[in-house]
Design a protein around this ligand. Sequence first.
Ligand SMILES: Nc1nc2c(c(=O)[nH]1)N=C([C@H](O)[C@H](O)COP(=O)(O)OP(=O)(O)OP(=O)(O)O)CN2
Ligand SMILES: [Zn+2]
Length: 150
Amino acid sequence: MSKIRITKQFSFETGHALYGYDGKCKNVHGHSYRLYVTVIGTPISDASNVKYGMVIDFGDLKKIVKEDIVDVFDHATVFNKNTPHVDLAKELQARDHNVLLVDYQPTSEMMVIDFAEKIKQRLPDNIKLHSLRLSETASSFAEWFASDNE
Ligand SMILES: Nc1nc2c(c(=O)[nH]1)N=C([C@H](O)[C@H](O)COP(=O)(O)OP(=O)(O)OP(=O)(O)O)CN2
Ligand SMILES: [Zn+2]
């Protein structure tokens, strides 16, 4: 049976700031992120299986990505906890804002690495994460490919 890639798209609104950056993105601002998740596997060939013909049910993929990424990042503001932004983050948290402290600079590149690790941990053994595309703006995106990281 052929290997097939399937992709599901997600979207979430997230704020961030790039501490120490030499441009306007050092300021707190937000993006309408688009995340394309591509997994690869063999469609189930057992006709008695309720998932017959599927690599993975799009709904099951949605559940994983929603729980681990979309619901966590949507309408949150992400700061690098290893920078003085941690003070701003604590102030916002004290005022009941949804703040995420991560241990990396929250660029598209670093976020997509984080997302790849999270998704890989949740996928069944027979399904492999093939690639991710994280789009920050209409003209900018970062991609992670399993083949680049073996
Ligand atoms: N390699 C990266 N460069 C930049 C990132 C990033 O994550 N990785 N992030 C930013 C800012 O957060 C923000 O996304 C600005 O990006 P940019 O594409 O420059 O946005 P613009 O609106 O100015 O772009 P247009 O050219 O007007 O579409 C900065 N760099
Ligand atoms: Zn930005």
